[in-house]
Design a protein around this ligand. Structure first.
Ligand code: IMP
Ligand code: MG
Length: 189
């Protein structure tokens, strides 16, 4: 997490579009460490391939991988389901696919937020078809009561209300990813 972040600090350049702090930088930091320790224990004998879902999971991936004390490998994919709006279209497009083979790998999908669950549902089927040994999910945020598709998530950072949020990788129109905390968004889309 950024060296300059403190619990109550709100980035001045973004302040006029941000509402309340949903998860502070300190809370994110502490929870990511916990998740890393849990993953370290669970995968001690089979270090996973971490699959980062770009772009929203970049901050989470970057911190999480350093909190895992195992020889993990990382790869990236990019999907698009939103366009510029704040509600999912339900249509998922693969923008960038993985470089590595998943056959017999223990794969852990690293996601920023599960809202309707449609994106993750699609990803699971898409990656599951490549015969990984195991396929699990580590989601930083889970929006309460919003899932249209039932999800079994092995790791969840925080359950949050359904408001649209930004920061720590999460964007609106590609902005605010570089905030250390997670905020509700009150500006215009
Ligand atoms: P779902 O398919 O409805 O679960 O949406 C998942 C994707 O939508 C996430 O990977 C995010 O990229 C994006 N998303 C959902 N909710 C938010 C939010 O509150 N802020 C920013 N992006 C979001
Ligand atoms: Mg996303």
């Amino acid at each position: 997490m950024g060296q300059h972040s403190s619990e109550d600090f709100t980035a001045q350049w973004a302040a006029h579009d941000l509402g309340e702090v949903v998860v502070s930088a300190k809370e994110v930091h502490d929870r990511v460490i916990e998740l890393g320790q849990q993953i370290t224990r669970d995968y001690a004998n089979n270090p996973p391939l971490l699959v980062c879902v770009l772009k929203g999971a970049i901050n989470f991936m970057s911190d999480l991988m350093r909190a895992i004390e195992l020889p993990v490998e990382v790869d990236f994919m990019a999907v698009s389901s939103y366009g510029a709006a704040t509600k999912t279209s339900g249509v998922v497009r693969i923008v960038k696919d993985l470089d590595v083979d998943l056959l017999d790998r223990d794969v852990l999908i690293v996601e920023d937020v599960v809202d309707s669950g449609l994106t993750l549902n699609y990803l699971r089927q898409y990656l599951g078809a490549r015969s990984p040994k195991s396929l699990e999910v580590c989601a930083l945020l889970l929006k309460k009561g919003e899932q249209r598709v039932e999800q079994s998530l092995k790791y969840v950072g925080f359950s949050i209300p359904s408001d649209f949020v930004v920061g720590y990788g999460l964007d609106v129109n590609q902005r605010y990813r570089n905030l250390d905390a997670i905020y509700t968004f009150t500006g215009e889309v």
